[in-house]
Design a protein around this ligand. Structure first.
Ligand SMILES: *Cc1c(COP(=O)(O)O)cnc(C)c1O
Length: 383
């Protein structure tokens, strides 16, 4: 086995695809402590800066005192507390749906809902740039898998028209995690209606960030639960905590409780995590300054980048990638930034398509203009 594993690792190294993990030793904020030095980071998904908020810390501490640390069992045994149940109700209200169901992670939520909805006689349609967990879920479901080119709805329409599957499920990211652009949801809603397909949106990067109240990509477009019957969201990104959920009709959630295997056969989240998310959802909704500040900083970054002819993609989300092409180039640019005290990880295949390795810059409401100035200056030096 060792020689096989060594060859796997060597292949990764030779293709500039070898991954390493950097340890940091302090709080999750725009400045990270690494090897005793501060690094200015533009990599986290903590878009609203809630992960380090003192009110969240206090909520977690209080709830641990009340409930204990672990949940002790899965939801269907004795792991389901009032904290979990109340959070599901809050998430249903937040997403304007009848019901919501908590999952331990977004990866598991996607596995659970997709394998519950479709099987061998069905077909599933995915955007090429959908998150890996959606692709894995589709494969696990055994439904016939169709992947259409990114946002190319004419191809999707053709595939839908040709399909004779019993059920058709279209799945898309709301905000694409590595490109930062937004899916054309109103057109997808129309296509789903025309072809009697079901539509599911994974809004891991839209919720909390887009829409006036942080309702995500659906609020941005003004779409309802009738338009998008299956909505998945995560709680470890803009909401700054951990976990995920699926929201929809009461019937959908009841069916998931009965049949979503990644819900049934796993330990429930610690109840204190669920209670902490209550605080974070409240702050995400009421602290609208966080979203305004974030948009201000995104505009600031984009203006400064344009002035220095740094090529960006056409997006106003906090995900602002700079495409560099080969993995080697992305690694070299990331390493050069690191030497200047700036942390932006190189994103390479298979996370992104071949030849589109990139810096994935993300902005948080806690960044400052002078920090963005530092980033731009460093980029001008190294690009
Ligand atoms: C991060 C992410 C997930 C996975 O969520 P976790 O809670 O981190 O497991 C799923 N889908 C998308 C689009 C994501 O960006």
């Amino acid at each position: 086995m060792n020689s096989y594993l060594q060859s796997l690792i060597q292949q990764r190294q030779e293709a500039d695809l070898y991954r390493t993990r950097r340890q940091h030793t302090g709080p999750q904020t725009p400045t990270l402590q690494i090897d005793g030095q501060p690094y200015l980071a533009f990599c986290s998904n903590d878009y609203l800066g809630l992960a380090s908020d003192s009110r969240l810390k206090r909520a977690l501490q209080d709830s641990v005192e009340h409930y204990a640390v672990g949940s002790g069992a899965s939801h269907l045994i004795t792991g389901h507390t009032k904290a979990h149940h109340d959070l599901e109700n809050t998430l249903a209200v937040f997403t304007q749906r009848e019901s919501a169901l908590l999952f331990s992670t977004g990866y598991m939520a996607n596995l659970g809902v997709i394998t519950a909805l479709v099987g061998r006689r069905d077909a599933i349609f995915l955007d090429k740039l959908n998150h890996a967990s959606l692709v894995d879920a589709a494969i696990l479901s055994r439904a016939q898998l169709h992947r259409y080119p990114h946002n190319k709805l004419s191809t999707l329409a053709r595939l839908l028209a040709k399909s004779t599957a019993a059920h058709k499920l279209i799945v898309t990211d709301g905000v694409f995690s590595m490109d930062g652009d937004i899916a054309p949801l109103p057109d997808l809603v129309e296509l789903a209606k025309t072809h009697q397909a079901w539509l599911m949106v994974d809004d891991a990067h839209g919720l909390g960030v887009l829409g006036n109240t942080g309702g995500g990509t659906l609020e941005h477009y003004g779409l309802t639960a009738q338009d998008v019957p299956v909505l998945m969201g995560t709680l470890g990104k803009a909401f700054g905590v951990f976990g995920a959920f699926v929201a929809g009709s009461a019937l959908l959630i009841e069916a998931l409780i009965q049949s979503a295997r990644s819900y049934i056969y796993t330990t429930a989240l610690p109840p204190a995590i669920a209670e902490t998310v209550q605080t974070s959802l409240m702050l995400a909704k009421t602290d609208s300054w966080r979203r305004q500040r974030l948009q201000e900083l995104i505009r600031y970054f984009r203006n400064a980048a344009a002035q220095h002819h740094i090529p960006l993609m056409d997006t106003f989300t906090p995900i602002q990638p700079i495409i560099l092409g080969e993995s080697q180039k992305a690694l070299a640019v990331s390493a050069a930034l690191y030497k200047q005290g700036i942390l932006v990880t190189a994103i390479r295949p298979p996370t992104v398509p071949q030849g589109s390795a990139r810096l994935r810059i993300t902005i948080s409401a806690l960044h400052e203009e002078n920090q963005i100035d530092r980033l731009i200056k460093a980029l001008v030096n190294v690009l």
